[in-house]
Design a protein around this ligand. Structure first.
Ligand code: COA
Length: 151
């Protein structure tokens, strides 16, 4: 059974394994270990892990300022995608944000990423667009869509 638990900077190696597996390297969305670590050492950052027994199969990382939370990254091991694990991680992120008194959750998703549909299904709405936000290996710079969930 999959359970969602809190993680920390000590889980970075397992998290990076999922990161490299989940994200298509063509689009330049994945973060480096150094980028993740610089967020994870801050007190206003939360890492949630989806675990199957002791094996980490997904993660969600977010941070907050006052009552606004931002989902920074979410990823599920490729072979386990579309089995409800992303939904578990996102629901727990939303639940904890609400419990902590946050009123809005923001995120950015690459225009064209299937995850846009996943977020819409979870109640997020698209509120803006950042032109050429991502840089991919082929020199193409897709836009980011900014999304919001009001709690
Ligand atoms: C995005 C991601 C985290 C979703 O996790 P997942 O475990 O595959 O998704 P789930 O199986 O939990 O799906 C949850 C719901 O979203 C829906 N959904 C998933 N992908 C969807 C899509 N492309 N379009 C519409 N709905 C979608 C599912 O049908 C499901 O709906 P239901 O609750 O009605 O059954 C995962 O696919 C992933 O790791 N993608 C690669 C990394 C990435 O792009 N992350 C997001 C950018 S930060």
């Amino acid at each position: 059974m999959i359970r969602v638990v809190e993680g920390d900077a000590g889980d970075i190696a397992a998290m990076m394994t999922i990161m490299h597996d989940a994200f298509d390297p063509r689009y330049g969305e994945a973060w480096t270990a150094a980028q993740c670590l610089s967020s994870l050492v801050m007190p206003d950052c939360e890492l949630l892990l989806a675990k199957d027994s002791d094996t980490i199969c997904g993660f969600a990382m977010s941070r907050w300022v006052l009552d606004h939370q931002e989902l920074l990254m979410i990823g599920v091991a490729r072979r386990l995608q579309s089995h409800g694990i992303g939904k578990l991680l996102l629901s727990e992120t939303i639940h904890r944000a609400g419990r902590a008194g946050r009123t809005k959750i923001f995120l950015e998703v690459r225009d064209g990423n299937n995850a846009h549909g996943f977020y819409l299904k979870s109640g997020f709405i698209s509120i803006g667009r950042r032109k050429n936000y991502y840089k991919n290996a082929e020199g193409i710079s897709p836009d980011a869509i900014t999304m919001l969930l009001e709690l």
